[in-house]
Design a protein around this ligand. Structure first.
Ligand code: ZN
Length: 106
């Protein structure tokens, strides 16, 4: 199940603390196929205190799910696909279900 957060930093941060093994897609408020970045919920670029006083869900939308395949489906509905974050490398996570993907990403 996907939860989308827009203008709701409190709800977003609550979701992150409740789903530390989950996944987050960062997209524009109106998602575009060319900017859909997949993060692990623990990624430091999407968690904690936003730099420069910015808010997490003001300029961007956060689509969150414990299940990465939900977010992949969501990205297809937007018309694109997910770009993994280079810092948290979300495709390394996710347990045995993603072992194939992990092998490909290496
Ligand atoms: Zn990340």
């Amino acid at each position: 199940m996907i939860e989308e957060f827009v203008d709701d930093d409190g709800g977003y941060l609550r979701w992150l603390s409740a789903n530390p093994a989950g996944f987050v897609v960062n997209a524009y408020r109106r998602p575009t196929p060319d900017y859909l970045v997949l993060h692990a919920a623990t990624c430091r670029t999407i968690f904690g205190t936003p730099t420069r006083g910015r808010r997490w869900t003001a300029d961007y939308l956060k689509a969150c799910s414990p299940d990465r395949s939900d977010l992949e489906r969501w990205a297809r509905e937007v018309g694109g696909h997910l770009h993994p974050c280079g810092r948290c490398r979300p495709y390394r996570l996710g347990g045995s279900r993603s072992s194939q993907t992990v092998a490909i990403v290496h």
